[in-house]
Design a protein around this ligand. Structure first.
Ligand code: GAL
Length: 459
């Protein structure tokens, strides 16, 4: 075995509540911002497929967990739906709590370590109506929700994640118009980012102060920024992109403070939110026990090619343009470059510059359109996905060999699931979901992944 991993290395998969359970009218669940977004703008969703059309994990979890067990995965990250667990945002729905408990127990009985995310994009719409991440009330409510989860499930769960990719709802909701409330306003984006960080920090501090058993962390989508050339203007463009899209959450989450350069830049453009010293202290105090990294693709940038219109709304894009590197290898379904070296670069950066914090790859995978074209004898022969995972795992292995504290790899995702705006356009699963009858069939990658786990490594 050329690339062996340690015996307790996490090999698993990641999913989220909205993408597997969906709205699912059962019980008292109230709408999330996604249910609302679909109601008012179904045309934004691929084939007008909304969060009601998920694969029914809420009902079928036993069968799905049995498939995970057969595949041999030893860990699984999913999220709880706040709007389901606490339909009015504040009070527990006992039946929903009992069902979540059963799901977690079922995972444990299958020998699968549950890693539970509190917030994976799906803010309850009632909280959105209170101002969402712009509102201090919502931060308080989130902390209460976090506490309820720790109390309810703390005896079963020893790995908690506060937020999945907290920057995505900020970018989507307040800069680039792809998440509700579909705004473009940097001041709101900065406020939402700060409030999310504060909500995270308060949940982490509460977890540690109350001495709940286990570990708590955050999952960040780290997208390394590579400059077009070594020219100082290109290098600066990459540096600023990195400040906005990686360091804005990475530095406060790991070092307890915001990067000086980002503060100076926002001050210069009069975009720095006014925040209290107390809140900064709360963030400074919160240290995560572990970090999850979602990595799909790199970001390549160059110095801006055109002048900025200073009267236009302030945007991170004032400082860089995207760069299409000649010869880059693409996953054309998703429009994403395939660059396994990126995962190595992230792990190495965390080792050298962030105290080598314990980290796991919490999402990595490949979304491909029209996978039915690869069906042979009833099975999707997804050699491209096997190749993708293999190459990324080799890069992870190399980083570990050089000293990274990476302790796991989760692929997105176990069974094809519903994606935020893309519905079922791109399939990510190790299992294929037939939308006609909801049947699950292993793709070639599921068998390959099972063998990899059994051998604890690759040749
Ligand atoms: C991530 C997100 C997941 C999933 C994945 C693949 O950004 O955390 O929920 O949608 O992308 O598109």
């Amino acid at each position: 075995m050329r690339y062996r991993f340690t015996d307790n290395f996490w090999f698993g998969c990641a999913e989220s509540a909205t993408q597997t359970e969906g709205f699912c009218a059962a019980g008292g669940k109230t709408p999330s911002n996604w249910d609302h977004a679909f109601k008012i703008s179904p045309h934004r969703f691929f084939n007008q497929t909304g969060p009601e059309e998920t694969r029914g994990f809420w009902q079928n979890y036993r069968e799905d967990i049995q498939l995970m067990r057969e595949t041999g995965i030893n860990s699984y990250r999913t999220s709880l739906s706040w709007a389901r667990l606490m339909p009015d945002g504040y009070h527990l729905d006992e039946a929903a709590a009992a069902r979540y408990r059963d799901i977690i127990l079922c995972l444990k009985e299958a020998g699968i370590e549950p890693i539970i995310t509190l917030m994976h994009f799906d803010l309850p719409f009632l909280m959105q109506q209170k101002g969402g991440w712009l509102s201090a009330q919502v931060i308080d409510a989130f902390v209460r929700y976090a506490e309820t989860c720790f109390d309810q499930f703390g005896d079963l769960v020893s790995h908690w994640i506060t937020f999945n990719e907290p920057i995505v709802p900020v970018e989507g909701g307040y800069l680039y118009d792809f998440h509700y409330p579909f705004k473009r306003d940097f001041a709101s984006a900065a406020r939402a980012a700060f409030n999310t960080q504060l909500a995270h920090a308060r949940a982490v501090n509460l977890f540690h102060e109350r001495r709940y058993a286990g570990k708590i962390g955050i999952v960040l989508n780290l997208t390394p920024s590579y400059p077009r050339s070594e020219h100082p203007a290109d290098v600066y463009a990459a540096e600023v992109a990195d400040l906005f899209f990686n360091k804005s959450f990475l530095e406060p989450s790991l070092n307890g403070r915001y990067p000086e350069k980002l503060i100076a830049l926002l001050k210069h453009y009069d975009q720095l939110p006014v925040v209290s010293e107390d809140d900064l202290q709360i963030i400074a105090h919160a240290r995560v026990d572990m970090l999850g990294v979602n990595y799909y693709h790199p970001r390549r940038v160059q110095a801006r090619q055109t002048a900025i219109n200073p009267a236009s709304p302030f945007m991170p894009d004032w400082f860089f343009d995207a760069y299409e590197m000649p010869g880059r290898i693409m996953n054309t379904s998703r429009g994403w470059e395939i660059y396994p070296q990126g995962i190595y670069d992230i792990l190495t950066d965390l080792r050298l510059n962030y105290g080598n914090i314990p980290v796991f790859i919490s999402e990595n995978g490949m979304g491909v359109e029209n996978e039915e074209r690869w069906i042979e004898a009833g099975q999707v022969n997804d050699a491209y996905r096997i190749d993708f995972i293999r190459q990324h795992l080799i890069a992870v292995h190399q980083a570990i060999n050089e000293g990274s504290h990476c302790f796991g790899y989760h692929c997105w995702t176990f069974i094809d699931n519903w994606s935020w705006l893309n519905g079922y356009k791109n399939r990510y699963g190790l299992y294929r979901l037939d939308l006609k009858n909801m049947q699950r069939t292993p793709k070639a990658s599921a068998q390959w992944y099972a063998a990899l786990i059994k051998n604890n490594g690759l040749n």
